[in-house]
Design a protein around this ligand. Structure first.
Ligand code: AMP
Length: 194
């Protein structure tokens, strides 16, 4: 299996690149943010819970997120691999993912992080807020909170996978195709080393 974590701050372009990767390598794209938004749009208990955290730019609690991810993976038993987009965002989530894959004799091939500086992120998210109307993109205080949460809780996940030589930093600024070329090169080099 090819299991890839697409990593980076909010607004770094993970979703766009994850879709392209899923198509190229025939993988299932799992975005935990999209899964939460789907629950919210159906006003389920999980959606209501998620909304109370998302609307403040906070992370949804680990166990809830891990359980949701596990259920989603179990719905796709015969896949060639997964692209994880927006997960893991904490060390406990990273550890849960590693265990979940190990139970099936699988592992993460690479964590690929998109490097985008903070001014550019705020600019992109503000624009997305105007264009797509996502509530958590429409308020600069919430955007800043999400960036802070990323720095404090999520960035350590990069170092966690770096211990195993699996973390790669790619320039996240440029055309969609240029960035995708950088990502594809990492995937190919990791596949060559397997
Ligand atoms: P995203 O679409 O990935 O930017 O996620 C939007 C929001 O969903 C985040 O700001 C969090 O509130 C929540 N969320 C998404 N993924 C996770 C995760 N792995 N852990 C906790 N909260 C998450």
């Amino acid at each position: 299996m090819i299991n890839i974590i697409l990593f980076g701050p909010p607004g770094s372009g993970k979703g766009t690149q994850a879709s392209k990767l899923a198509e190229k390598y025939n993988l299932i794209h799992i975005s935990t943010g999209d899964l939460f938004r789907y629950e919210m749009s159906n006003d389920t208990p999980l959606g209501q819970l998620a909304k109370s955290f998302m609307s403040e730019g906070k992370l949804v609690p680990d166990q809830v997120t891990i359980d949701m991810l596990k259920a989603k993976m179990e719905r796709h038993p015969d896949v060639e691999g997964f692209i994880f987009d927006g997960f893991p965002r904490t060390i406990p989530q990273a550890e849960a993912l590693i265990t979940l894959l190990e139970e099936n004799g699988e592992e993460i091939l690479a964590l690929i992080a998109l490097d985008v500086d903070e001014d550019e992120i705020i600019h992109r998210l503000t624009r997305r807020g105007k264009e797509a109307g996502r509530a958590d993109d429409m308020d600069e205080a919430i955007i800043r909170n999400r960036i802070q949460v990323y720095r404090n809780e999520t960035q350590p996940v990069y170092d966690h996978f770096a211990q195993f030589g699996k973390s790669h930093l790619i320039k996240g600024v440029g055309s969609i195709d240029e960035i995708f070329d950088g990502i594809s090169q990492v995937v190919e080099s990791r596949l060559d080393n397997c």
